[in-house]
Write a protein that binds this ligand. Sequence first.
Ligand code: ZN
Length: 139
Amino acid sequence: MSDDRKLPETDEQWLERLGPARFQVLRKKGTERAFSGELYHHHAEGTYLCAGCEYPLFQSQDKYDSGSGWPSFSRPLSVGAVAEQRDDSHGMIRSEVLCAHCGGHLGHVFDDGPAPSGTRYCINSLALTFRDRDDDNAG
Ligand SMILES: [Zn+2]
């Protein structure tokens, strides 16, 4: 992660950095098609980073198969990694999950996850990039 890398400010800059598919999810609160994400059936050990700013958000040990069609995690990497806010769009009251660093839309959090936390972070694959454990060690 490089904190000195400046975050884009305008939609045009974000679009240029992310490409149209990731832009639609992260900046326009889109949702990818269920079962379409390349990180859904992804079981390698490592860290899941925000695709917008490379901030570490989730760890492979907290990822589980919820059957929902989206990558699911029982908890974020740290308490401050993600932010949550009420989302009452689409006729439902849900909690939206955002990257705490760049404000990118990641997905939603539900209370039907596995014990002990009981929480399910339902995250778009397009909102994440994966960094494997070996890369972490390499520094
Ligand atoms: Zn971010």
